[in-house]
Design a protein around this ligand. Structure first.
Ligand SMILES: [Zn+2]
Ligand SMILES: [Zn+2]
Length: 253
């Protein structure tokens, strides 16, 4: 069995297209699984009988493209429990409620016919799950949003989720990680509307270089754009860059 691996399940935003889904990354070590974000479409890749057990879900923030797959999973988990395939409720970590997210927060946490169990987290939260050690960083974004770091032994990855550019912030959190999964909503800095809290591929490359990571995996692409154009732009700053592809597993070794 692979000791520490990640499978991108969703790499685009703000909507699914073809075989591309909204954000989701399945991180696995031993028989423990972490699902980082659960956007629309992500669960198409799920093996319901197998993947639901020993699963913890971390929602980076309550924008629809990052959590809306939970609505499907709520009912899926409820039925799987009723037919005896799922004994324990699936733990879902979501950011603490704030004014802007209170309707979504209350909709998720009060769902009937669901076998999900919600708890909140913040940037001081740390926990171990199997071999995995998990910690968070608060991002500059429109609502409370967190980057997640997962360590297994001396290997580590960071998933940025959505973030604006903030020098000396994400760079320090992602310092020397083996895999840096970073959003690149825009290809070049010139494409970015003023004041928007997202990164360009060029900025993702700058952060990867400054953090001295081993490999950069770009994600959060616009569905209509060619992923390779993002990669070429990031490579101006950081050579070892790849694009996240649905279903393409990467083993950290
Ligand atoms: Zn997003
Ligand atoms: Zn967002």
């Amino acid at each position: 069995m692979d000791d520490f691996s990640v499978v991108p399940l969703g790499t685009v935003s703000p909507y699914c297209k073809g075989n591309m889904n909204c954000p989701g990354f399945l991180v696995q070590s031993g028989n423990c699984k972490l699902l980082l974000d659960c956007g629309p479409g992500v669960l198409k890749y799920f093996n319901y009988n197998k993947d639901l057990n020993n699963l913890v879900i971390i929602i980076s923030h309550l924008h629809h493209d990052h959590y809306a797959g939970l609505l499907e999973l709520a009912y899926g988990s409820y039925i799987q429990n009723r037919i005896g395939n799922l004994k324990n409720k699936i733990k879902v970590l979501i950011p603490e409620m704030e004014d802007k997210t209170k309707d979504i927060y209350s909709m998720l946490t009060k769902m009937n016919e669901s076998y999900l169990e919600f708890t909140t987290y913040n940037d001081r939260t740390k926990f171990n799950f199997g071999n995995m050690n998990v910690s968070f960083l608060l991002n500059p974004h429109n609502i409370k949003t967190y980057s997640t770091k997962v360590k297994v032994g001396n290997k580590s990855l960071v998933y940025s989720s959505d973030t604006g550019y903030d020098f000396d912030h994400l760079d320090l959190f992602a310092e020397k990680v083996d895999l840096f999964i970073c959003e690149s909503s825009y290809i070049t800095d010139q494409d970015k509307p003023k004041g928007i809290m997202h990164l360009s591929a060029f900025e993702a490359g700058m952060i990867a270089m400054s953090a001295d990571v081993k490999q950069l995996m770009l994600t959060h692409f616009f569905p209509e754009f060619d992923k390779q154009k993002y990669v070429v732009e990031a490579q101006k700053m950081f050579e070892n860059t790849i694009a996240a592809e649905e279903g393409k597993k990467l083993v950290l070794k």
